[in-house]
Design a protein around this ligand. Structure first.
Ligand code: BG6
Ligand code: MG
Length: 215
């Protein structure tokens, strides 16, 4: 029997494929600033806060700007991103996610969101998934982005469990590191070549059963 009481889901790239919209929006900014931004570069931005992402992007493009300009760029990127996500609906929930969540509910395992995105609530509402979560910790509630464990530790605290009773589902290297820093086991969603530090790595949620919670 698994001792897991809470499953914490990252949002972007785990529940929905918004990672692609973040990428397209950052790529658009890079192109306006005159440099290339690749999918491999984008791995470094996953799970990272908006401003930290911008700083990494500018480092890649070898560009320096003052704070005011950077705030303007971050707002531009976010406006493009919001344009993409307002077109989303339930059909964008990644395959198998909802079935797995229903399985967890049947077993009385709690479901939490652990995302540093400030757009998380608007996405959850658009895809009609808000009510599936027993706890929602997003970018409006934390001050430290992943790999800081704050977002996951807050979820555990809110649901009154210890970190070892949680499991984190993550697509980002920084998110897996945040789980390690929180002392929580993790399931990487994506490629084992990238998510090398996850306890387990799967391609997605299709066919997932409770054996995934055995570590
Ligand atoms: C994370 C994404 O979930 O949220 C990052 O993986 C993103 O790519 C971060 O930068 C912050 O998102 P937002 O929506 O607040 O800009
Ligand atoms: Mg993610």
């Amino acid at each position: 029997m698994s001792k897991i009481k809470v499953c914490i889901f990252d949002l972007d790239g785990v529940v929905v494929d918004t990672a692609k919209y973040h990428f397209i929006a950052w790529k658009r900014l890079a192109s306006e600033l005159g440099f290339e931004f690749t999918a491999l570069d984008n791995e470094r931005l996953k799970g990272v806060s908006r401003m930290d992402s911008l700083n990494i992007l500018l480092e890649i493009g070898k560009k320096t700007y003052d704070e005011e300009t950077k705030i303007k760029f971050a707002a531009m990127k976010n406006n493009w991103y919001v344009e993409y996500i307002t077109r989303m609906d339930e059909s964008e929930i990644l395959p198998g996610v909802k079935d797995f969540m229903l399985l967890l509910k049947k077993e009385n395992i709690k479901i939490a969101l652990g995302s540093v995105s400030k757009n998380a609530m608007s996405i959850l509402n658009r895809i009609n998934l808000t009510e599936y979560f027993d706890s929602i910790i997003d970018g409006t509630k934390v001050s430290n982005a992943k790999p800081d464990p704050e977002v996951f530790l807050n979820a555990a605290k809110e649901l009154k469990v210890i970190p070892e009773e949680c499991v984190v589902f993550e697509d980002a290297v920084s998110g897996i590191q945040a789980a390690i820093n929180a002392n929580m086991p993790s399931v990487g969603i994506g490629s084992p070549e990238i998510l090398t530090k996850a306890n387990k790595v799967v391609a997605g949620f299709v066919g997932m059963d409770l054996s995934i919670l055995e570590f």
